[in-house]
Design a protein. Sequence first.
Lengths: 446, 478
Amino acid sequence: MHNSVKNREEKFRFQKKFQGEKIKMRENLPKVLMLGWEFPPLINGGLGVACHDLSSAMSNFANITMVVPKSSLDFKTKNVNLIGINNIDPNAFSSHNKGNTPFTLHSVPADLNPYYTSTTDASATDKPGEGKKNANPFDIDNLYGGDVIKKVHQYSDITASLASTLNFDVIHAHDWMTMIAGMKIKQQTGKPLVVHVHSLEVDRSGPDSKGWVYDLEKKGMEYADMLMPVSNFTAENIYKYYGIDKQKMSVIHNGSTSVKSYQSKRNYKEKTVLFVGRLTRQKGPERFLEIAAKVLEKDPNVRFVMAGTGDYFRSMLEQSSYKNIGNRFHLTGFLNAEKLHYLFSVSDVYCMPSVSEPFGLSAVEAAHFGIPCVISKQSGVAEVLKGALTFDHWDINKAASHILSLLNDSVFKNKIVNDARENLDNITWDISAQKIMNAYSSRNFI
Amino acid sequence: MTSICFYFQVHQPFRIRNYSFFDIGRSDQYEDDQKNEEILNKVAEKCYLKTNRKMLELIQRHNGKFRICYSLSGTVIEQFEKYRPDVLQSFIDLANTGCVEFLAETYSHSLSFVYSKKEFVRQVKKHGAIIKKHFNQEPKVFRNTELIFNNELAVFMEQMGYKGVICEGVDRLLNGRSPNYLYKPVGAPKTKLLLKNHLLSDDIAFRFSDQGWKEFPLTANKFATWVHSVAGQGETINLFMDYETFGEHQWESTGIFNFLDHLPAEIFKHPDFDFKTPSEVIDTYPTRDTYDAHDFISWADTERDLSAWLSNSMQHEALKQIYSIEETVMNCGDPDLLRTWERLTTSDHFYYMCTKFWNDGDVHKYFSPYDSPYDAYMFFMNVFSDLECKLNDLKEATAATEALMKANQISLDLPVEANGTLEEVSPYNALMFFSNIYNEWEHKIKNSLNPDQVSLDFSTEVSNEEKDEEISDLKLAI
């Protein structure tokens, strides 16, 4: 971990420069120390988007200091004091400042990949130009590769040390990766700890999941003073699988930043049903395939497109060929925002068959593009996006019939789309930020 | 007397590019032209030109007693024509020696025999035509793609007028018998089968440079000794291999060209041995026993069956889909679409999709231009989807035109060529012509308040009254 002297000097210089640009503290506003993991430019999924947009919205109501593994000068957020610990020299702090967890966590090195399960197939994951680099701790480009637990520990050590030099009223930690840091900081400062729950191990790995991450989540959520799950669905899961009192929770639905939506003409005739997400168990890719096969039985002139990659990638190709729908079922691999938006612009229905989806921002994004959504009831977004058709994630027939109705009945489709448009006014980060501030003050954190 | 019968396979596919979902309906560029040209140039330099020069030299050195045989796929000939006419010329030079035979095969090196007999016949005929054109030979012996063979194929080829078929000497079918004789297939009494001696063939093709092989290094002298040991126990030793063995699979540095240079002389050291082409072998020796291939066999992988192309669901799906549009492609009348489809039937596309990942997997991987079999499948199906869109568009245009022609009693009796090549005056061209007229009419009628004022500026011999009638008919239809 010892960088060369020259590197260290450079880092110090950078740090000074960085601190010189520090956002001016507005004394009349409360001070929130946010602990994030994914953040632009390192984004794997919804978490990075949510942290970025939420902190930005909250900066209207509070002084936000956001500590993330990696920051880049290209991604500054207005009014948010963003600290990337890739720019911090761990040796700048004396060791006694590193903080302690309130309990002992035993861990072994683990190639743990909570959000993104890579396949051994290099082609499926690493498209040209997106190649992985060997990640040194906190000179990282890969948040979840390698020994992620080690990275989490390093993050928490450095962040805890850093926190001793900062002034704040509340600690606001996002998901399990930052929980140790949050707990250490609470331990050393006595400030209240809020844990924002975007995703749980039971969402990712199923209700029977146990293990280090589950244990950490449970302990972290128990130790926190307040939990902010992103949906009632997640609040219910926290209660059901982690045994935590709902009194401690305040549901904060995600908002969404409106994107510049547009419609494009398809290059082919068939109508298009879209899936966006990691191809992992949690997102129900197999369900999507079964739904596709069902719809195609009735109407062969539909294309089904899966945007994303993951450990189900190969299986999706094999299974779609097995069902003889290879010419109607397409995988695009991982897409950048531009391509993804294009895909939204040519799609007729958005389908999210997640098995367990804490929120599901992509459905909101689809709604922005005026695409009707068919989403599983096991999702948080269904609580706020009322203009959507829902189904239990196992109910293939229902999903297929929803899709067929939307494809064939334009009046019905327009009704759904318009209803969703109305909902969008209430799905904003400003509302989420306001709710968070209210929740803080209801517990006298600020 | 015992004859050595050399047959070399020369084939290159038109590899398809990384054709993504976003290309569907947008890009006509299916093939990776750059890669195809690069690979052809590489193999031309490393193998084709060098080996052809060596073969020519050997034929001259041994006064025509060194005789060999090739099978060139239609796709590789097209690539020679396009990128390397010099290589094609060097094959023509070899053909001109009179010591080289060219075999018949499917034009695009396809699995058509398994999927469509009609397409198979079309491709074999088309291939025959191109061989005749370049080498002035009419092939009499047939080899199917990758030596895919069964009894039915033998019967089929006999009906098509071929006197022999090349196939793999599969141990489980030989059941202890020697591959070094001519065999007769079940059901085709006039056909003779040449069976590949896979031990001796693979000694050259696969094991030649294997340093872990106990016979390494293989010299011409040593190989000739093995061949000579067959004396009295065989009539034809069939050494069948990919031509790319020389210089490409076995690099020049392995000494393969040196081996080849000395081999004929070493063989001729035994007075009872000579070289013959497949036709000569068939004309010289009788069949000695029956070779009963009820199921498909091939020379691929250790299974020697169809599993290299047909073992997983992706391969099945891709093949099923591509042949499902055969009828439509044949009837569409567009020579470009036909050629595109024909190239998509090339077996290599399905070979790349093979997921058998053991020793054979290495071979699949070696040949594949893609990162994985899954990519191969994905890109192929995207291309297929685009082709399907094009055909559907054409179909709709045809239907519209037919409706129009019906309304005007114009018949479209244009000659359709049966042999797979389409002349310039194709139904497709006619269709374009009529569809232009149709659009013009539609436009005029829609924009005209008074249909009587519509002027028709194309010359068909119809009277004014008839014209008026047609217009009102058309108006009703629209």
